[in-house]
Structures are given as structure tokens and as C-alpha cells.
Design a protein around this ligand. Structure first.
Ligand code: NAP
Ligand code: ZN
Length: 346
């Protein structure tokens, strides 16, 4: 077994703290990665605090992992020692179901093995990237371009693909008006991809204080969702709205902002189910839909697109010991726009 260090939640009611554990031996198709950076996703808060369902503890969160290959199994062909590599929200799947064979390993009908909080094919719990090292099958490991800042690349592995995938699926681009609800880790990547694809981008935020920063990101317009007049000014104006909100909220005011035939794409994972009026969808042929991360092929495509277009996340680097404070700041929407842990500080 391989010794690993981490920060873990030992229970849903306690802060994350240092924890040592063992990772599996390197199999023939596995790579071992020295983790250099790991992004902090709001999902890490939902999961470690049991906001969705009871988790398995100790829990080592982290699914925006970037590092270097330090060992390879005998049959590994995709990577060599020293390569930059990334791991996102999943580390395995069945590989033969209808979803796995069509690029949706993230929705595997038998078993998507999540990077943490899941159960590996060896029956052991999986532990994520708030750790010094991880062992992953090469197929679930991505190439990371050396052209990009490695730390700022880490959030692409979840926040990046989660926004890229629905924008691509819905073919959002020039001539479309796109609204992004919530300017956090996911939201700011939505702004970047929306701009890269040629859309007219509006940030719809609860935080009036984020306007200057949103415009600096390149957003064309900024709407404060708590301001009725501002909301009225964009009524019936969007082709697409992507909702990235992490907290329980009413989406009906936002649905009113869609044009006829507009689509409301939800990626945020607030726990409380929505109530939506049937009239608000019927009148205007509106669609409410969802999107969850992305498959292997599309994730590598997104990373290559980012390398080509020089797109990375705007980050605030933190030491591992400051993770609990970072969680608290995220709960208050106080992050521009993604915390990334410098794993050298573990
Ligand atoms: P984050 O950085 O904390 O950003 C969330 C943003 O939501 C905040 O910055 C805030 O933006 C807005 N917000 C917070 N409370 C709100 C409220 N009560 N009403 C309206 N807006 C509110 O979180 P994140 O990492 O981007 O993740 C966002 C959500 O997506 C989480 O639920 C996460 O679990 C989920 N997620 C889903 C997927 C997927 O595959 N679908 C992948 C990753 C994450 P403003 O200040 O601008 O209002
Ligand atoms: Zn995530």
C-alpha cells in the first residue's frame, strides 16, 4: 500500500483536519500522481457537511486535481513520469454500458466511481485531492498543457467542464443572450466560456459588489437579482440562463427572464426541490433542464480548448491549513473566484 497524507472531515460536524491513510498499490494501468494543486468546489462543502445525504467518513474531499506523474503501471501508454496530469470528479466507471460507450462515463448506469465519497472497484472507499498523492487508472487521468498555469488549471477539472458541457450541448454562441446566475467558481467559468463562444453574457448576481469584477471578467451586462427594477429591465430577454447557485432559492423570477423557446439550464445543486408554475413554462415554450459535469472525451476536449484559447480560472491560492476558513468564506460568496490549495503546504 502507498502511504498518503490528507486533510479529512472525520465527521459531518467537524472541521477538516490532518489525516493519514493508505492508497492502493499501482495497478498495470494506473498512474500515481503527486498532487500539486487542488481546487475547492462548493460540492466539497455539501458533501463533507452531509447537506445532500449521509456520507462515508473520514472523507477526503477534492475533485479538481492537478499534479505530476511520479510512477506508472507496466501497461500505461498514455503518460510518462514527469507529465502534468489532472483528475476530475470521477476515477472509474463500468466502461460498457450505454452511457460509458457514448462518452457519458459520468452517468455510468452501473457505477461511476466518484473521486471521493464513492466506492472503488476494489470495494474500498475513494479519497479525493486534498491529499499529497493519488492513484488513478490512466483512462480517467487527463493531459494538462504546460502552456497553462497549473494551479489555475485545477478548477477546470470540475467548474470548467461543468460549464463547458452544457454550453456546447446547447450550441450557445454568437447571436445568443446568455445569463449566468451566481458569480462563484462555476459562474465565472461560465462567463469565460460564454465569451469565448461569442455569446452576449449577463451576470445575474445577488451581490451588487461583484459588478466591477464581473465586468473585468468581460461580462457585457450585470444585473442584481435582488433589485426588482433591474430584473424587470431584462424580462423576456435571454436565450439561455445557466443557474450555478449553491443555496436553496426560487427560480421562478429567473424563468421570467427567458425569451420564448428559451432554456433554463441548472447546474447548481441546492438541496431543496423547486416549485415551478406550469404556466411559467407553457407560456413561451420554456425548457428547464440540468447538466452534470462531463464525460472523459469532452473533458479532455475542454482542457485542450482552454490551452488553445489561454483560458484558466481566476484563483486565490491558500495553504492547506486554511481550508476551513475557505469553506466559511465560500458560504458567504466571498471568493474571486476559486480557492486552490497549494499542496506543498500540506
Ligand atoms: P460557489 O463558488 O460558492 O458559488 C455559488 C454562487 O451562488 C455564489 O457565489 C453566489 O453568487 C450564488 N449564491 C449563493 N447563495 C445564493 C442564494 N441564496 N441565492 C442566489 N444566489 C446565491 O459555488 P460553486 O463551486 O460554483 O458551485 C455552485 C453549485 O454547483 C454548488 O451547489 C455545487 O455543488 C454545484 N456543482 C454542480 C456540478 C454539476 O456537475 N452540476 C459541478 C460542480 C458544482 P452571487 O454572489 O453572484 O449571487
Ligand atoms: Zn466540483
Amino acid at each position: 500500500m502507498i502511504q498518503a497524507k490528507a486533510y479529512a472531515a472525520l465527521s459531518p460536524d467537524t472541521n477538516l483536519e490532518p489525516w493519514n491513510f493508505e492508497r492502493r498499490e499501482i495497478g498495470p494501468h494506473d498512474v500515481q500522481i503527486q498532487i500539486l494543486y487542488c481546487g475547492v468546489c462548493h460540492t466539497d462543502i455539501h458533501f463533507t457537511r452531509n447537506e445532500w445525504f449521509p456520507g462515508v467518513f473520514p472523507m477526503v474531499p477534492g475533485h479538481e486535481i492537478v499534479g505530476r506523474i511520479i510512477a506508472t503501471g507496466n501497461h500505461v501508454r498514455k503518460f510518462k513520469i514527469g507529465d502534468a496530469a489532472g483528475v476530475g470528479t470521477m476515477v472509474d466507471s463500468c466502461r460498457h454500458c450505454g452511457d460509458c460507450t457514448t462518452g457519458h462515463e459520468n452517468f455510468c448506469q452501473e457505477q461511476t466511481v466518484y473521486t471521493y465519497g464513492g466506492t472503488g472497484k476494489d470495494g474500498q472507499p475513494t479519497y479525493g485531492g486534498f491529499s499529497d498523492t493519488i492513484i488513478v487508472h490512466e483512462d480517467f487521468t487527463f493531459h494538462i498543457s504546460e502552456k497553462l498555469n497549473l494551479a489555475a488549471t485545477a478548477p477546470l477539472l470540475c467548474a470548467g467542464i461543468t460549464m463547458y458541457s452544457p454550453l456546447r450541448k446547447w450550441k450557445v454562441g454568437a447571436g445568443h443572450k446568455l445569463g449566468i446566475v451566481g458569480l462563484g467558481g462555476l459562474g465565472h467559468m461560465g462567463v469565460k466560456f460564454g465569451l469565448a463562444f461569442g455569446a452576449d453574457v449577463t451576470v445575474i448576481s445577488t451581490s451588487a459588489g461583484k459588478e466591477a469584477a464581473a465586468r473585468k471578467l468581460g461580462a457585457h451586462h450585470f444585473v442584481v437579482s435582488k433589485d426588482e427594477e433591474q430584473m424587470k429591465s431584462v424580462f423576456h430577454s435571454f436565450d439561455f440562463i445557466i443557474d450555478t447557485v449553491s443555496a436553496d432559492h426560487d427560480i421562478n423570477p429567473y424563468i421570467g427572464l427567458l425569451k420564448t423557446n428559451g432554456a433554463y439550464i441548472n447546474v447548481g445543486l441546492a438541496a431543496k426541490p423547486w416549485e415551478i408554475s406550469s404556466f411559467s413554462l407553457a407560456i413561451g415554450n420554456k425548457t428547464v433542464t440540468g447538466s452534470g459535469s462531463g464525460g472523459l472525451k469532452e473533458t479532455q476536449e475542454m482542457l485542450d480548448f482552454c490551452a488553445d484559447q489561454n483560458i484558466v480560472s481566476d484563483i486565490e491560492m491558500i495553504d492547506m491549513k486554511d481550508i476551513n476558513n475557505a469553506f466559511d468564506r465560500m458560504e458567504k460568496g466571498d471568493v474571486r473566484y476559486r480557492f486552490v490549495i497549494d499542496m506543498a503546504t500540506l
